[in-house]
Design a protein around this ligand. Structure first.
Ligand SMILES: C[S@@+](CC[C@H](N)C(=O)[O-])C[C@H]1O[C@@H](n2cnc3c(N)ncnc32)[C@H](O)[C@@H]1O
Length: 166
């Protein structure tokens, strides 16, 4: 177990993006909002840097198909074990989000640091289909078509939510 945490810490140092899980209520708020605004069935949502998979499991409960990428072994293992324990059908990939194939995504969720956007935005523009929704937690994403913005709800201490369309 200690080894897992040491490897996770080293991975986080390399990527410089720590594992900071989103609050469950915050994710439910985002997912319900997305669900209300999407008419079609079988919506595929991707979480790039999915941590312990909490968005994926909540999304599945709401009827989304969910897939996540995580390169830190600790949160990945937690998500992987939980998936099997609750017999979830979400997909969780251990590896870099920059290796993700985004062509099937309808919605992409990111809770990352802005320094990766220089590399991530061209990938999103190249691979995502027109109309794919990008939801960024906490940070604006320059270079994508802005849809709307929900500012920090102070009494809840939630990060701001930024919606974009490819
Ligand atoms: C701020 S946490 C967000 C976790 C989750 N999305 C949530 O909202 O609860 C960012 C996650 O991205 C992961 N991460 C950072 N860089 C990554 C990369 N290049 N490939 C895959 N995962 C990455 C980190 O290990 C961390 O778990």
């Amino acid at each position: 177990m200690a080894l897992i945490f040491i490897i996770s810490a080293v991975t986080n140092i390399i990527t410089l993006i720590p594992y900071v899980p989103s609050k469950t209520d915050y994710l439910k708020y985002i997912l319900r909002n997305l669900k209300r605004n999407c008419r079609s069935k079988n919506i595929r949502i991707y979480d790039l840097g999915c941590g312990d998979g909490r968005l994926l499991f909540l999304a599945e409960q709401l009827g989304f198909q969910a897939k996540g990428y995580e390169n830190s072994i600790g949160p990945f293992l937690y998500a992987y074990l939980k998936k099997h324990f609750i017999r979830s059908k979400v997909k969780i990939v251990l590896g870099s989000l920059f290796k993700a194939d985004l062509k099937n995504a309808d919605i992409v969720f990111i809770y990352l640091l802005p320094y990766v956007f220089d590399k991530l935005v061209p990938k999103i523009k190249k691979e995502c289909r027109k109309g794919t929704i990008i939801v960024s937690s906490g940070f604006q994403v320059p270079g994508l078509n802005f849809i709307s913005f929900k500012k920090r709800i102070n009494h809840k201490q939630w990060p701001s939510i930024h919606y974009y369309e490819v």
